[in-house]
Ligand binder design. Structure first.
Ligand SMILES: Nc1ncnc2c1ncn2[C@@H]1O[C@H](COP(=O)(O)OP(=O)(O)OP(=O)(O)O)[C@@H](O)[C@H]1O
Length: 869
C-alpha cells in the first residue's frame, strides 16, 4: 500500500459524493455516509481534493520535514517544477529563486534540467526500440493508474525515470563531494509525495512540497517575493525542458522515428487505458491532468491557457545560472541509472454475478432498464456501476437520490395520512372529553396540569385564568381538597376520594395513574362529579319506578336505583336489554347487592310492566306449604284448606313476572314441579285435575353457587339450565366502591325524609364508608345509615360514629399496623391468626375463607386447627 497521501477529515463529509463522481478509479468508499479514501486503489490524482467543497480532503504536508532540513546542518537543495511560473506569477522566476533561498535552501535547481536529461535518454531508448508502442509520462498518478488498475499496460510504459528523479540524480552527482545533501522537490502534484518513496528511488529526493506549501513557508517567514532581488539558478542552463508541464510539452524535446501522439486529461487517459491496443511504433506522451499546469496544487488564479502561455514564454528565455556544468556532461555520468521498473499493484475488488447486480438494483426500486435513470447523483456513471460498488462494499444503497426522493415522498404521504388520522382522532377525543358531563383533568407524573375539560371548570367553579399550574396549588389554596391526583401519585394506584370544593360543593373524584414501561407515572387522569348533580341525575334516572304500572302487593315499595360504577351499570344494561323479552333471568350475587331491586327494574321497564310482579322467597316458606303457595289448591284439597280453594302465585303472576328469590333453597321435589310448570306453561292446583294455562315470565335469584350445587347433586341440573338463560351477576359493593358515596347520600336523604331529621355525613365519614368492606353489601350500608341517622347525637355523622356502628377499627382492613419490634415469625403468625379470625367471623365456610384469603381450603382447615390450640 502506498503512503496515505490523501485522507478524509472525519465528519466533515456532507454526502455530496463529488469525490466519488470525480475519482477516475472509484477509490472512495462511502461508509455510514462518510467518504474515506481506499489507499490501495487511490492513484493520488488529486481530483477529490479539487472537487471537495467542504475542504474535507487533506494532503500530507512536507513543511515540517523540510523545515527540519533547513533548520539543521543539511545542505538543502530545492528543485522547482517548471509550472512554478504559473503559480507564482506575477513574481519573476528569479525572484522565486531568491525567495526560496531566503528560506535557507542552499541551492535552487530547475526540474526542467531533469526533463531535458529524460528526453535525451528517451530518445536514445526509442532509437534502440524502434517497433514498440511506448507510453511516456512524467506523471506518477498515471503510473499509479496503470500499476493499480490496468497492469496489462505495464510493458508499454517507457522504462525511464521521471524528470523529478532525474533532477535528483543530477543534483546528487553535481554535489557528490558534499555531505548531508537533502533535496526537496517543489511542484503542483501530490502523487510526487508518494513517488519519492519507491524503493528504487530511495535517497534520491528527500521530500516534496506543493506550491501552496512553499507559499505557506514564505508567509510564515514573512518573505515577500515581490520585494526579493532576483538570484540566479544553481542548475545548468536549460530551455525546452521547461515545456514539460504543457500537454505534449515533453514531446517537443524529442524527435523519435516513431509516430507521436500526446494525450492528456482524465477522460482521454481513461479512454486510452480502457481500450488500449498496441498501435505499432508509436510514442504516446501522456499526462493525467491537462498538463501539470492544471495539477491539483498548482495554486494559480490564472486560466489554464494563460498559465500555458507564461510557460511557453519562459522556455524561450536564457536565464542566468551559477552552474557551468553542461547537461551533456551530467547525462553521460548518470545515463546508466535512468532506467526504472514498474510493478503490478492491482488490488482487485470482488465482482458480482448478474443476478446479484439485479438484486441490488431491485432493492432501490430499479426493476427494469427504464428504472435505471443513470443520473449520476450517487457519483457513479450508471446505476449498474453503483450496484457493483454496493456489492464491493464501497457504496451504500442510500446513495441513490431518486430512490431517496421516492422513499421520502412515500414516507411523507404516510406521515401526512398519519397526521390526518391523529388530528381527526384528536378532534374526536377533544369532542369526547368536552362533551363529557364528568369533569376531567389530566396531569403529568408531577401533578402539573396538562388539560381540563369545560365540565371540570364548571363543577369546580374556576375560570381558565385562575387555573394554577400544579394540583398542589389547587390543594394548598383549598380550591379542591384533598387532591386525588397527589394521592394517586403517592400511592401509585387508582384512588377514589371525596373532595371538598372552595365553592362548598362536595365532589367525588377518581384519579387513575398511567405508568410507562419502567413503572414511572407519566400521566394522571382525574374524573370528578359533583354529588349534588349526581343526585339530581339519579332522581331523573330512577323515574322508571313510577307506581302506576305495578299491580301487586309490593308496588309501593320499589326503591330508586343508585349506582355509577361501570360494573353496576353493565349489569343494569343487560337487565334493560332483556326487559322486553320473555327469557328467564337468573340474578346472581351476594346477599344485599340489589338482586331484588333489579328484578323490579326488569319488570318496570319491560313489556310486562302492566302485569303483576309476584315475589316468593323460596327459603322463607316451609317446605310443606310451598307447593300450595306456588300452584294453589282446589276446594277441600287438604285439612285446613279454604272452602273456595286458593289461587297459587303462578296464577297470580299470569301475564306478569314471578320472581323466585333464594331459588337455591327450593326443595328437590318442588324443583321437578317448577321445571314442569316452566316448560309446559301449565299448572295444576293441588287437588285439581284440569291443568291451567299460565303466561308467566320467571326471574330467579340466588346468592349461592348453583353450578357447584348441581355438581354436588343438591340442585337439579335440568332446572339449572332452564333458568340460567340470561345470568346477570351483580358485583358486591366492595368491588364497586364508586357506588358507596352516592348510595350513602341517597340513604341519608331517604331517612332524613322518613324520620324528619336533618343530618349530614362529614367528609371523613364518607372516607370511612369507602374504607369498609361491606360484607352485607347495600343492605348493610342502608341499615348502618339508618342506625346512624337515628342514634347519633349531633347534626354531623363522623367517621368515628361509622366505625363504632360497624364495630371495626379504621384501616383495619387496608393496612397492617405494627406497634413494636418483634420477631418476624411471631408477627407473621399474629397477622395470620387475626386474618383467619376475621375471615371465619365473616364467612363461616372454609371454602369462602380460602377464596378470600387466596389459599387452599385444606390450608385453612390446617391453620384453623393450629390457632385453636
Ligand atoms: N342500587 C341500589 N340503589 C338503591 N338501593 C339499593 C340498591 N341496591 C340495593 N339497594 C337496597 O339495598 C337493599 C337490599 O337490596 P336487595 O334486596 O335488592 O338485595 P338482594 O341482592 O336481593 O338481597 P338478598 O340476596 O338478601 O335477597 C334494599 O333495601 C334495596 O332497596
Amino acid at each position: 500500500m502506498g503512503l496515505e497521501i490523501v485522507r478524509t477529515e472525519p465528519n466533515k463529509c456532507r454526502q455530496c459524493y463529488s469525490c466519488v463522481r470525480n475519482c477516475p478509479v472509484k477509490a472512495v468508499r462511502i461508509k455510514d455516509g462518510q467518504a474515506e479514501i481506499i489507499q490501495t486503489r487511490c492513484i493520488q490524482c488529486g481530483n477529490c481534493i479539487k472537487h471537495c467543497s467542504q475542504n474535507a480532503k487533506k494532503v500530507i504536508s512536507g513543511i515540517e520535514n523540510t523545515s527540519g532540513f533547513l533548520n539543521s546542518r543539511y545542505y538543502t537543495v530545492a528543485c522547482l517544477a517548471p509550472s512554478f511560473i504559473a503559480s507564482f506569477y506575477p513574481a519573476t522566476p528569479l525572484q522565486v529563486v531568491a525567495a526560496t533561498k531566503k528560506l535557507g535552501f542552499a541551492e535552487v535547481w530547475e526540474v526542467a534540467a531533469g526533463a531535458e536529461i529524460v528526453a535525451r535518454h528517451t530518445q536514445a531508448f526509442l532509437s534502440q526500440h524502434k517497433q514498440g508502442t511506448y507510453i511516456n509520462t512524467a506523471c506518477p498518478a498515471l503510473v499509479n493508474l496503470i500499476e493499480r488498475h490496468y497492469p496489462a499496460l505495464i510493458p508499454y510504459l517507457s522504462p525511464i525515470v521521471s524528470p523529478m528523479i532525474a533532477t535528483g540524480m543530477m543534483i546528487r552527482y553535481a554535489l557528490r563531494h558534499k555531505n548531508n545533501v537533502r533535496i526537496v522537490f517543489i511542484g503542483p502534484c501530490i502523487a510526487k509525495k508518494d513517488e519519492i518513496h519507491r524503493l528504487e528511488f530511495d535517497g534520491t529526493i528527500d521530500d516534496v512540497l506543493t506550491f501552496d506549501e512553499l507559499k505557506q513557508m514564505f508567509n510564515d517567514r514573512n518573505i515577500n517575493i515581490s520585494t526579493c532581488h532576483e538570484e540566479a539558478w544553481d542548475s545548468p542552463a536549460v530551455s525546452k525542458g521547461r515545456l514539460l508541464p504543457l500537454p505534449s510539452g515533453f514531446s517537443k524535446n524529442i524527435k523519435p522515428a516513431h509516430g507521436q501522439m500526446a494525450i492528456d486529461s482524465k477522460e482521454n487517459i481513461l479512454g486510452l487505458v480502457k481500450n488500449f491496443n498496441s498501435f505499432g511504433a508509436y510514442f504516446i506522451d501522456a499526462l493525467l491532468c491537462h498538463g501539470c499546469i492544471e495539477g491539483p496544487k498548482i495554486d494559480s488564479p490564472l486560466p489554464v491557457y494563460q498559465r500555458g502561455i507564461l510557460i511557453d514564454q519562459y522556455s524561450r528565455y536564457d536565464m542566468p545560472t551559477d552552474n557551468d556544468m553542461t547537461l551533456e556532461e551530467i547525462y553521460k555520468k548518470i545515463s546508466d541509472r535512468l532506467y526504472r521498473n514498474y510493478e503490478n499493484k492491482a488490488a482487485l475488488l470482488p465482482y458480482p454475478s448478474e443476478r446479484e447486480i439485479q438484486q441490488i438494483l431491485a432493492s432501490t426500486g430499479k426493476c427494469s432498464l427504464s428504472d435505471e435513470l443513470n443520473c449520476g447523483a450517487c457519483g457513479y456513471d450508471s446505476c449498474r456501476d453503483k450496484a457493483i460498488a454496493v456489492y464491493q462494499g464501497i457504496a451504500e444503497i442510500e446513495m441513490c437520490l431518486p430512490y431517496l426522493i421516492n422513499r421520502k415522498n412515500a414516507l411523507l404521504s404516510q406521515l401526512s395520512d398519519k397526521l390526518n388520522e391523529i388530528s381527526s382522532l384528536n378532534n374526536e377525543l377533544n369532542g369526547l372529553v368536552e362533551c363529557s358531563y364528568d369533569g376531567m383533568m389530566m396531569t403529568d407524573g408531577q401533578g402539573n396540569i396538562l388539560r381540563t375539560n369545560s365540565a371540570w371548570k364548571r363543577i369546580v367553579g374556576i375560570l381558565d385564568e385562575q387555573l394554577p399550574d400544579n394540583v398542589a396549588e389547587l390543594e394548598n389554596k383549598r380550591i379542591i381538597y384533598p387532591s386525588a391526583t397527589l394521592l394517586a401519585i403517592k400511592e401509585k394506584r387508582r384512588i377514589t376520594v371525596l373532595q371538598q370544593c372552595q365553592s362548598g360543593r362536595q365532589l367525588i373524584a377518581t384519579a387513575n395513574p398511567i405508568s410507562d414501561e419502567n413503572g414511572q407515572i407519566t400521566r394522571v387522569v382525574v374524573n370528578i362529579r359533583a354529588i349534588d348533580e349526581l343526585n339530581k341525575l339519579q332522581n331523573k334516572w330512577v323515574n322508571y319506578n313510577d307506581n302506576s304500572s305495578s299491580a301487586d302487593t309490593v308496588k309501593n315499595t320499589v326503591p330508586a336505583l343508585i349506582g355509577n360504577s361501570p360494573s353496576f351499570i353493565k349489569a343494569l344494561n343487560i337487565a334493560y336489554e332483556v326487559a322486553d323479552v320473555d327469557s328467564t333471568v337468573l340474578l346472581l350475587g351476594e346477599t344485599g347487592v340489589g338482586k331484588d331491586i333489579i328484578a323490579h327494574f326488569i319488570h318496570n321497564t319491560g313489556s310486562r310492566k302492566n302485569g303483576p310482579f309476584v315475589k316468593i322467597n323460596c327459603g322463607a316458606i316451609p317446605e310443606t306449604l310451598i307447593e300450595s303457595e306456588l300452584f294453589g289448591y282446589e276446594t277441600g284439597a287438604f285439612t285446613g284448606a279454604k272452602r273456595d280453594g286458593k289461587q297459587g302465585l303462578f296464577e297470580a303472576a299470569d301475564h306478569g313476572i314471578l320472581f323466585l328469590d333464594e331459588i337455591a333453597e327450593l326443595p328437590m321435589a318442588m324443583q321437578v314441579k317448577l321445571l314442569q310448570a316452566i316448560q309446559e306453561k301449565k299448572i295444576t292446583r293441588i287437588g285439581g285435575i284440569k291443568p291451567l294455562d299460565v303466561d308467566v315470565r320467571i326471574i330467579a335469584a340466588t346468592n349461592k353457587d348453583l353450578a357447584t350445587m348441581v355438581k354436588q347433586g343438591t340442585f337439579r341440573a335440568d332446572l339449572y339450565y332452564r333458568i340460567n338463560v340470561v345470568p346477570i351477576t351483580i358485583p358486591p359493593l366492595r368491588e364497586r366502591i364508586e357506588d358507596i358515596v352516592p348510595l350513602a347520600q341517597y340513604f341519608v336523604k331517604q331517612f332524613s325524609d322518613k324520620y324528619n331529621i336533618d343530618k349530614q355525613l362529614s367528609i371523613d365519614a364518607y372516607a370511612a364508608l369507602n374504607e369498609y368492606d361491606w360484607p352485607g353489601n347495600v343492605r348493610e350500608l342502608e341499615n348502618i345509615i339508618e342506625r346512624l341517622m337515628v342514634t347519633t347525637k349531633g347534626d354531623i355523622i363522623t367517621s368515628e360514629d361509622i366505625w363504632t356502628c360497624i364495630g371495626e377499627q379504621p384501616s383495619a382492613r387496608s393496612t397492617v399496623k405494627v406497634n413494636d419490634i418483634m420477631p418476624i415469625k411471631e408477627a407473621v403468625e399474629e397477622v395470620e391468626r387475626q386474618l383467619l379470625q376475621m375471615a371465619h367471623k365473616r364467612y363461616k365456610s372454609t371454602y369462602k375463607m380460602a377464596e378470600c384469603l387466596d389459599i387452599d381450603q385444606s390450608t385453612i382447615v390446617r391453620k384453623l386447627k393450629k390457632y385453636q390450640n
